[in-house]
Design a protein around this ligand. Sequence first.
Ligand SMILES: Cc1cc2nc3c(=O)[nH]c(=O)nc-3n(C[C@H](O)[C@H](O)[C@H](O)COP(=O)(O)OP(=O)(O)OC[C@H]3O[C@@H](n4cnc5c(N)ncnc54)[C@H](O)[C@@H]3O)c2cc1C
Length: 393
Amino acid sequence: MSSPTTVRTRVAIIGAGPAGLLLSHLLAESGIESIVIDQRTREDIEHTIRAGILEQGTVELLDGLGEHSRARTVGQRHDGIELRFEGEGHRIDFADLVGRGVWLYPQHEVLKDLIAARLAGGQDLRFEVTADHVEGETTDRPSVHATTADGEQLIIEADFVVGADGSRSVAREVVSGRRTGHFREYPFAWFGILCDAPPSADELIYSNSPDGFALISQRSPDVQRMYFQCDPDVDPNSFSEEQLWDELQVRVPGHELKRGPIFQRDVLRFRSFVASELRKGRVALVGDAAHTVPPTGAKGMNLAAADVSVLHKALRSLLLENDESGVDAYAETALKRIWKGQQFSYWMTSMLHVAPTADDFDRLRQRGELRTVVESRAGQTYLAEAYTGWPLA
Ligand SMILES: Cc1cc2nc3c(=O)[nH]c(=O)nc-3n(C[C@H](O)[C@H](O)[C@H](O)COP(=O)(O)OP(=O)(O)OC[C@H]3O[C@@H](n4cnc5c(N)ncnc54)[C@H](O)[C@@H]3O)c2cc1C
């Protein structure tokens, strides 16, 4: 076997998801060099369908990409959502309640923008390079040991290593141990579809029904994204298209869905997780490497952006001014928002889904909870504040 190639940079970032790419962009703006690696191809990264809602603060961070950010031009601003239960819709008017909004702009489009900006800036972004492990976390020269697509060994030595490598993070191994943290499993999942059809509604509908939850979302004038609550072990191919439409429609009583050919289907399992540590020495975790949330509150990608905004400032102080205080405070600062995001995601999930073990008491109490929100300005305001995102630190 040939000897490894060693390269040196200031910040080595594992993962070219929203967290890793946004961090590399902010660092470049501050004049700090970084190398980003990802085990996947550019094609795969730019075409994997995941999250779709950007908080206002996330869009403001992406504005820094200049001409490369299309969130405001191609994405659509939404000023509210509908909460639906007992066959009736109730609009939560974000603009009126908190003067903020969200943008419907899919994660893979955000990634296309971030990759384009990084490559246009001549920055180092390497696809099909897999991090095997991280070393030297308690020294001032941590390193990432990786393997390229053609089997070459690569060592990236850095002043700081960031694990932005998603829920199966290898960087987590040295920060907190791969599986140590706070977990919550859920007895249901989301069945997601993409279809060729006109929008069934102008804004997102979050619907609770006796048959379970559904989310009616949009992608473009001709393509729609919708989800319904399902068993986590369901086989995505076990339904005909007609059955899928019937499953969706029964969960949105009183609102007729516009049907069309379904061209993608997937099952998204739910899990809440927060790693026991977010930093050890000169290695830190951001985004899904540090925490995951169920998708009901649309917080996954937005929490990743918020972590990055905190860590970017900390790294600027460390690497430009030799001031360690921001890095020392990173976990404590980031965790405050992470746990607020966990609470909101858990709350939306439990308020809207029907647990397989739910009895009449549970169902009636749930309706009482939904009424508490829609019939009170204070209840609506909490939802609007959390959904549009608390201002970034
Ligand atoms: C299947 C799926 C569907 C989702 N759907 C929704 C949704 O509908 N709504 C919602 O709000 N949220 C959703 N989420 C959550 C949201 O997409 C994530 O919170 C968001 O992607 C987090 O960004 P990240 O950059 O932290 O991690 P990721 O986007 O996971 O990026 C991590 C990157 O690291 C790379 N990587 C991993 N290990 C290595 C390694 N060893 N070496 C090199 N590279 C590595 C991966 O290839 C990946 O590109 C979904 C998540 C998943 C997994």
